[in-house]
Design a protein around this ligand. Structure first.
Ligand code: AMP
Ligand code: GLY
Length: 420
């Protein structure tokens, strides 16, 4: 099989790594890819937000299967364009991707099937949102309705912060994404991410994880796209997992199908768990980054069979083969991230790292210049390890971190603290 993966992050590096473990993969192209991905697959410079351009490229390269990594191409309908052109595709339609691209849409779907989620209201006028905020208890959560690269959520501790968030978002901070806002009550508990494949009808759980969204140790500092993650998440007991499936995932997926917009792809279910009861915080319609890196190391080559079965609506015949193991991923980011960060610094020490089924240095924002690896993104590396215990995975991942010579980068030293 000839396979095309769209994306350029650590998530796509790990998808490429897993797909290549499967003997069915004859040729792998990643577009646009990055310096780490280029070490194991061909990279191609195409505009992945242009569905017609991707379809033309896929036809020229005799691609049999396309895996779409990030949310942006899904939200603009690249999966629809590829399916219309006759390709097998892993990733939802634009209509189903609204579960990530519109927070108010997700709330409407939850309302329609009584899925537990925070009480909320949806606004198109700042005055109405401000009036509502004044009537609710603090803290309160203000969310831009559309895609804002993980930055469109403010958990406000004071009324002033909440009102400022409304004004900033509706005043154009996130462009059109903030033209509408959702204001919701603050949920308490422990967060976890639950990943399920959905082929329109069948729901197949493929793993759980917890990530660390704050930039600095002790869960302090600004929110980021994720500074590290581990899998599995201990809070996702069998009982909590069953409740999440029965009360949130299955009803919402049935509702999507009944509306004529069935979901096909991976659903990233962001949960808050309080006293054994899960509530939905958000859906994403793609794998998490860096959660994906750990999941891919744990699942290995079977991932290709599972993603293909999902795309072809054959999930009812699939089983996931679990190893009783743990994975942990530490993100190294450029100094300054998530604000303005330094670009162009050299990273040394990567070649000496072990590269086996227990250790992988996934690249997120790198390029190669004159044979050197250069940091080009905010999140730059995801050092990921697998072990029999979380402690072993942790120690292996941090041993990789310590072997990297990159003075212009930083990482958190406490990934996994809650579970360790
Ligand atoms: P989201 O992009 O919707 O996942 O929100 C980003 C982060 O904000 C989440 O991972 C939570 O930590 C936090 N958050 C979002 N909504 C809520 C809520 N209703 N209650 C508490 N925390 C929330
Ligand atoms: N790590 C969180 C995300 O990918 O959205």
């Amino acid at each position: 099989m000839n396979i095309l993966i769209l994306g350029s992050g650590g998530r796509e590096h790990s998808l490429a790594w897993a797909v290549l473990q499967n003997p069915k993969c004859d040729r792998l192209i990643v577009a646009p890819g990055n310096a780490g991905i280029a070490q194991l697959a061909e990279c191609a410079q195409i505009d992945i937000l242009d569905g017609q351009a991707v379809a033309t490229f896929a036809a020229d390269e005799s691609i049999d299967f396309v895996i779409i990594g990030p949310e942006a191409p899904l939200a603009v309908g690249v999966a629809d364009d590829l399916r219309a052109a006759g390709f097998a595709v892993f990733g939802p339609s634009a209509a189903a991707a609204r579960l990530e691209s519109s927070k108010s849409f997700t709330k409407t779907i939850c309302d329609a099937c009584n899925a537990p989620t925070a009480a909320y209201a949806h606004f198109t006028h700042a005055e109405d949102a401000r009036a509502y905020v004044r009537t609710r208890p603090l803290p309160i959560v203000v969310k831009a309705d559309g895609l804002a690269a993980g930055k469109g959520v403010v958990v406000a501790e004071t009324l002033k912060d909440a009102l400022d968030a409304v004004d900033d978002m509706m005043g154009g901070q996130f462009g059109d994404a903030g033209a509408e806002v959702v204001v919701e009550d603050f949920l308490t508990g422990e967060e976890a991410s639950f990943f399920v494949l959905v082929d329109g009808t069948t729901v197949l759980p493929i793993g759980t994880a917890q990530d660390h969204k704050r930039a600095f140790d002790g869960d302090t500092g600004p929110n980021t796209g994720g500074m590290g993650a581990y899998s599995p998440a201990p809070v996702m007991t069998d009982a909590v997992t069953q409740k999440a499936l029965d009360e949130i995932v299955k009803p919402t997926m049935r509702e999507m199908a009944q509306r004529g917009t069935p979901f096909n792809g991976v659903l990233f279910v962001g949960l808050m768990i309080d006293a054994g009861q899960p509530s939905l915080v958000e859906f994403n319609v793609r794998f998490g980054d860096p959660e994906c890196q750990g999941l891919m190391m744990r699942l290995g080559g079977q991932v290709l069979d599972l993603l293909q079965a999902c795309a072809e609506a054959r999930l009812d015949s699939q089983t996931v083969h679990w190893a009783d193991d743990h994975a942990l991923s530490v993100v190294m980011a450029a100094d300054g991230y998530p604000g303005d960060y330094v670009k162009g610094s050299e990273i040394k020490g990567l070649d000496a790292l072990p590269k086996d089924s227990f250790h992988m240095a996934f690249h997120a924002g790198t390029s190669t210049q004159d044979g050197k690896t250069i940091a080009t993104g905010g999140r730059v590396l995801a050092l990921t390890a697998r072990g029999d215990t979380l402690q072993q995975a942790h120690d292996r991942a941090y041993a990789m971190v310590d072997a990297i010579d990159w003075p212009a980068g930083f990482c958190r030293r406490d990934i996994g603290w809650r579970a360790l």
